[in-house]
Design a binder for this molecule. Structure first.
Ligand code: PGA
Length: 311
């Protein structure tokens, strides 16, 4: 490899490819705006590097040798890869095309597609992928620098992150509409403290908020069941299995007719926020930058937002 790099093989290959295509040093030189002796010199150097003749003259015709055909095939591969690379880089230099990889926590999936829809309308050639995972999985992807942007409600506090506040994320305690506490007003924490609780799986940010909420009242939730999704929790609440703390986004504003009721407990809802986040050390692609600007409505420099205290 060092031999090729040292001898400037890329330029020689470009000259070689032109000579092979035209079967002529003169015509290749014309195409490349190069004097014929310079063309010959490049081909000689390439032959020296390869330690084999690459052309032979049969009659009056310039032909590739067996080694020349090998080098020609390799040169075509190399130039095709360079052309692909060039096209990819050109896309990365503009925000009108390219890839946008966003990872969102399982609760954020209730609104993130609407943000993407607006962006896609303005940038229809951008290939967008939205990955939906719980907080712990998002943190692992963040460590691996696997995505352009993340949408968290509970972003990592130890990482140096740029955070843009997107919207409020009120968290409510939901019960079945038939629950005895469903119609009561002015409930205190003590009224709900021992109610059977439906808990999200370990690694969930929603679970983190629920545990913090109980811990702030020197209590622990009476966990009846662990469920791995907000949808499963909603169905379990409706089935009368217990209560749970969920983002209002998972339920929607109007709960009537859905079999779910937000309990009127003092201190609730817990006011959290949704953040569009990425590591401070990351340089955003033009597409990701355009998304940040569209979604946040800001065009100036990014400033980290201070995290509100955990609920
Ligand atoms: P999760 O989401 O419960 O799906 O992990 C909340 C968060 O973003 O922390």
């Amino acid at each position: 490899m060092r031999r090729y790099v040292r001898h400037g093989v890329l330029t020689q290959l470009a000259v070689f490819e032109a000579v092979a295509r035209h079967s002529s040093f003169t015509h290749a030189g014309e195409e490349l705006h190069m004097a014929q002796p310079t063309v010959s010199l490049h081909i000689k150097k390439l032959c020296d590097t390869m330690a084999l003749p690459l052309f032979e003259t049969i009659g009056r015709r310039l032909c590739l040798t067996a080694a020349g055909r090998e080098v020609h095939a390799a040169a075509q591969d190399i130039f095709r890869r360079i052309a692909e690379l060039d096209a990819r880089l050109a896309m990365l230099r503009t925000a009108s095309s390219g890839d946008l990889r966003i990872a969102v926590s399982t609760t954020g999936k209730y609104f993130a597609p609407r943000l993407l829809a607006d962006f896609w309308r303005a940038h229809p050639d951008v290939h967008i992928s939205l990955l939906v995972l719980n907080r712990q999985h998002l943190l692992s992807r963040l460590q691996a620098n696997a995505d352009d942007l993340y949408i968290f409600s509970n972003p990592p506090e130890q990482e140096a992150m740029i955070l843009h506040t997107l919207l409020a994320n009120p968290m409510e305690l939901y019960a079945s509409a038939h629950h005895p506490l469903a119609r009561r007003r002015h409930l205190k924490f003590e009224d709900i403290a021992s109610e059977p609780f439906l808990m999200r799986e370990p690694g969930s940010g929603t679970r983190l908020v629920a545990e913090t909420y109980y811990a702030q009242h020197d209590a622990r939730p009476n966990v009846r069941m662990e469920l791995g999704s907000n949808e499963a929790i909603k169905q379990a609440i409706i089935a009368g299995l217990g209560i749970s703390l969920l983002s209002r986004h998972t339920v929607g504003n109007a709960t009537r007719g859905k079999g779910l009721v937000a309990l009127q407990v003092e201190g609730l809802p817990i006011q959290r926020y949704w953040y569009l986040a990425y590591p401070e050390s990351n340089r955003l692609s033009p597409v990701a930058q355009a998304f940040v600007e569209q979604v946040t409505g800001m065009t100036g420099t990014d400033r980290p937002t201070t995290l509100p205290h955990a609920a």
